[in-house]
Design a protein. Structure first.
Length: 279
């Protein structure tokens, strides 16, 4: 399967609403959770990783989070990360898995932490890539990248120009982003059901998003923090409070890399994830 070919979709009729996911491979389960940028959905964010991890001997499972792609929206009363954690638990149950390894980028990292806090026995290892839920030591917050995401649906509404400016801040090297990817994400971001209920709207200041205040110092899971040195959405100094408080956390930093390490440094990222899960 090529990286541009969207694989077969699978669906779960879960109590909280339908979940779409893609998967490849056999072996230990790795669930890859995407971030919350406009037009995001599972395979769009992890198209350079799913098959590569499958080829390394893993069952790579890539769902759309609630309100993204073809997964139904859920209530955000518990904050930005709670509905995603519930959906991932529904998926784990549907697949008959005792537990799963989690890879989470941005919002997906916060979802991973939320699930590990709520159901620690259902999570094996965690790879958190520029995860949400932390606090910067010195950087201005919310960052410019995060503000662009939050404002995408405001004012005159979604435009290709606004999406282009969001994507500018997701990566260090813009040449890695094709016009086709931008067009695909704009199409997904402007689906009627998404326009009717934008998934990030009103979520910026919810107290449930402050996972750094939660009992993360009690998490038993082996955890790998991955950050791009030039992350302009969730800056590198957000790693330090997580590194200090999560007992079994290591940190890997990619130089000349932005918020999308899984995209800009795909081969190295895939190797890093595979080695961490296997050890």
């Amino acid at each position: 399967m090529s990286n541009t070919e969207i694989p077969e979709s699978h669906y779960v009729d879960a109590p909280g609403g339908r979940i779409r996911y893609h998967e490849a491979g056999e072996g230990p389960a790795i669930i890859l959770l995407h971030g919350g940028g406009p037009g995001a959905y599972g395979f769009s964010n992890y198209r350079l990783n799913m098959q590569a991890l499958a080829d390394k001997g893993f069952r790579a499972i890539v769902p759309d989070m609630p309100g993204y792609g073809e997964t139904a929206g859920r209530s955000f009363e518990g904050g930005l990360f709670a509905p995603g954690a519930e959906a991932v638990l529904d998926l784990i149950n549907h697949l008959g898995l005792e537990k799963a390894n989690l890879v989470g980028n941005s919002m997906g990292g916060g979802i991973s932490l939320r699930l590990a806090l709520d159901h620690p026995d259902r999570v094996d290892k965690m790879i958190l890539m520029g995860p949400g839920g932390s606090l910067p030591a010195t950087a201005t917050f919310p960052s410019e990248g995060l503000l662009r995401m939050m404002n995408f649906y405001e004012g005159e509404g979604p435009t290709l120009e606004k999406l282009d400016k969001v994507i500018d801040l997701l990566v260090y090297d813009r040449s890695s982003i094709t016009p086709e990817l931008v067009e695909e994400r704009f199409k997904t971001a402007t689906l009627p059901e998404t326009l009717a209920n934008p998934p990030l709207k009103g979520q910026a200041a919810h107290p449930g998003n402050d996972l750094w205040r939660a009992d993360i110092d009690l998490l038993p899971h082996k955890t790998l923090l991955i950050w791009g040195q030039e992350d302009r959405v969730l800056p590198l100094d957000m790693a330090f409070i997580l590194l200090k408080r999560i007992p079994n956390a290591d940190l890997h930093v990619f130089s000349k890399c932005g918020h999308w390490a899984q995209w800009e440094r795909a081969d190295e990222f895939n190797e890093l994830v595979a080695n961490f899960v296997a050890r």
